[in-house]
Ligand binder design. Structure first.
Ligand code: HEC
Length: 145
């Protein structure tokens, strides 16, 4: 009995550590973190609010850098979707920052992710920065996903 009583707290400690590790590992942008519908809504918002500077095909203009391709993705490699969301939310559109709703920013982000080859899935992209901060961006699809 005594041995059992000392084992219980140990088992709890191991369980708690396991949860912490799972949260740290988080999710990946390669796991289908937005829906097709969301990306489609985002396309409309992009055309109205972003395309004039970043180009209709996201490939940049004299006014603003491309939001598609290797250079763009490498800027965000090893960062999180939350970092990208907050960067866009707080600084874009450059001529009127923070003028979209969180839903609209999430939709535009879904559109950007789709155009950069990250897959759609069944769950819409969250609009809370702290949730998006648990989703890692990697240029290469991690082995095993
Ligand atoms: C008035 C022009 C303008 C508009 C409109 C605009 N941007 Fe930008 N954007 C810029 C410029 C200029 C930069 C480069 C300077 C900087 O990084 O702030 C930039 C940078 C960015 C970056 C960083 C690029 C990188 O390589 O990391 C992202 C992401 C971005 N914009 C997204 C958006 C989105 C999404 C919208 C629409 C909601 C938008 N922008 C609307 C001008 C604009």
């Amino acid at each position: 009995m005594r041995a059992l009583l000392t084992l219980i707290p140990l088992a709890c400690a191991v369980a708690v550590a396991g949860t912490a590790i799972a949260q740290e590992a988080g999710k990946s942008v390669w796991q289908g973190i937005y829906t097709e519908d969301q990306a489609q809504r985002g396309a409309g918002t992009y055309a109205q609010r972003c395309g004039a500077c970043h180009g209709a095909a996201l490939n940049g203009t004299g006014e603003a850098p491309p939001l598609i391709g290797g250079e763009f993705v490498s800027h965000w490699d090893t960062m999180t979707v939350g970092d990208l969301f907050d960067r866009v939310r707080t600084t874009m559109p450059q001529n009127d920052p923070q003028s979209l709703t969180r839903e609209e920013y999430a939709d535009v982000l879904a559109f950007l992710l789709k155009n950069n080859g990250f897959p759609a899935g069944g769950q819409p992209l969250d609009k809370r920065s702290e949730v998006l901060a648990t989703i890692g961006i990697t240029a290469e699809k991690p082995a095993g996903l």
